[in-house]
Design a protein around this ligand. Structure first.
Ligand SMILES: [Zn+2]
Length: 458
């Protein structure tokens, strides 16, 4: 082993030496429009899987394209010594559609402007994936004694419908001691952050039908029921529209408030309300107190009304009493809430007060509670500090990544995040980009992480 190869200077030199190769490999992947939401792009998905497998082989790894009931998974492997620790890096190779008119260049042409790489998938998530690969190559070159696996999914952007089945079937090949996901966004440049919790999600629909067709409000109005008004009343009894407070009894019972240490991490994460509002183009907020915003987005559950369907929506007014309406809602869940239990509480509340409103339960994702202490958490902290010269904050994410809980459960190991994207990279947005500062730093961070974890005893 040549540990001198893993100094900060040596890793910077390694990254610079491989920069051309890094860009070429990223270009190959970005220029394949692997849009999982578009069924007509299935051939590109398969082409992307082949290109990804080829990439591992180009650098001396072994690769397999694993079948699932949906899009395949790609497994890349470096090292296969059962006496050594094994760590797995998860990324995804599928991308969001790119039909926004604001794109200033072809989203599926990889463009380089100085240190910036533009194109769909550059930051979400092909850039971080290739970064992790070069981090592994640096560790390999230095002789770090560790087995490294790469698990690359191709349907993350559509909610990972076949991921659980896929990794269950291929569980033996995926055996690992720890998983690192590199698909998250820092709060701001120069200040690494890693989520130690994700919210879950549970959806439901309410429907109410009180007549066969549109009724004349002059002829029947006053006597006939109005399902639209009634459903608005149901919603208003479930959630306070102004404060967001959910009024279902017991809704907040399982919510564990963030610890003092977590709150301190959130406070120093680099978050500002001004940037938050600007990034999301928000006109008004329920609170503008920074920590309160974070508590609400990362640490509290919600009930959100997404749509109310029914009644007349054309120009002007049609004086009709609508016959049927539908409301579409979801709850974001935090650790340690149970989606089924939550939905049963909501359903019981609706059934009791509004017995003829039909309640339809929709899909769900469980919340995830990560670890902020222990050797693997320390290894993440150390990798960021080593590579970027700044301490990292353990934050959370308000959104949900289905694959995280699935990997934890099926593969029976802890999941951590070593993300490299920035808010300015435009996740899911036009002119998506990634940059060499994050890639070069990321290569060093991954190499350092692999070195630290190589000293762990399984
Ligand atoms: Zn992603």
């Amino acid at each position: 082993m040549k540990p001198e190869l893993l100094t900060r200077e040596a890793l910077r030199a390694f990254a610079e030496k491989h920069r051309t190769a890094f860009e070429a490999e990223l270009k190959t992947l970005v220029e394949i429009p692997s849009i999982s939401a578009d069924p007509s792009k299935k051939p590109d998905i398969l082409r992307c899987a082949q290109a990804a497998a080829q990439l591992f082989e180009n650098y001396g790894g072994r690769a397999e394209v694993l079948e699932t009931p949906g899009n395949p998974l790609v497994l890349g492997r470096f090292g296969d010594d059962p006496s050594l620790p094994t760590v797995t890096v998860y990324n995804h190779m599928d991308v969001q559609p790119a039909n926004e008119p604001e794109w200033t260049s072809d989203p599926f042409a990889f463009t380089v402007e100085g240190d910036t790489y533009r194109g769909r998938g550059t930051t979400d998530d092909k850039g971080p994936a290739v970064t992790a690969l070069f981090g592994a190559l640096a560790a390999r070159e230095a002789g770090v004694p560790i087995n490294i696996k790469f698990l690359w999914e191709l349907e993350e952007e559509v909610g990972s419908p076949s991921f659980a089945k896929g990794i269950t079937v291929h569980k033996e090949k995926l055996r690992t001691h720890a998983i690192v996901v590199s698909d998250t966004v820092w709060i701001t440049r120069g200040k690494p952050s890693t989520p130690a919790g994700l919210r879950g999600l549970k959806g439901f629909r309410l429907t109410l039908e009180t007549a066969d067709h549109d009724l004349h409000s002059g002829v029947v109005g006053g006597a006939a029921r109005n399902p639209l008004s009634e459903l608005i009343k149901v919603i208003a009894e479930m959630v306070d529209g102004e404060t967001g407070q959910v009024k279902i009894p017991g809704f907040y019972d399982e919510v564990v408030p963030p610890s003092a240490e977590e709150l301190e991490n959130w406070r120093t994460s680099g978050f500002t309300v001004e940037t938050f509002k600007k990034d999301h183009m928000i006109f008004g907020m329920r609170t503008e107190e920074p920590l309160e915003v974070l508590k609400r987005v990362w640490g509290m559950p919600t009930m959100e009304v997404h749509g109310l369907v029914g009644g007349y929506t054309g120009p002007g007014i049609k004086a009709a009493v609508p016959p049927r309406v539908e409301a579409k809602l979801t709850c974001r869940l935090v650790p340690d809430m149970d989606g089924d239990k939550t939905i049963q509480r909501v359903k019981a509340f609706v059934n009791e007060r509004f017995p003829d409103v039909d309640f339809h339960v929709e899909h769900g994702l469980a919340p995830f509670k990560g670890h902020t202490t222990g050797p693997y958490a320390e290894a993440i902290k150390d990798a960021y500090a080593f590579a970027f010269g700044a301490p990292c904050a353990f934050t959370r994410e308000g959104g949900s990544i289905g694959a995280v809980r699935t990997m934890e459960e099926v593969l029976g190991c802890e999941v951590y995040f070593l993300g490299l994207s920035l808010p300015s990279h435009g996740y899911h947005a036009p002119n998506e980009n990634y940059d060499w500062e994050q890639a070069g730093g990321g290569i060093a961070a991954f190499a350092r992480y692999f070195q630290t974890v190589s000293t762990f005893k399984g």
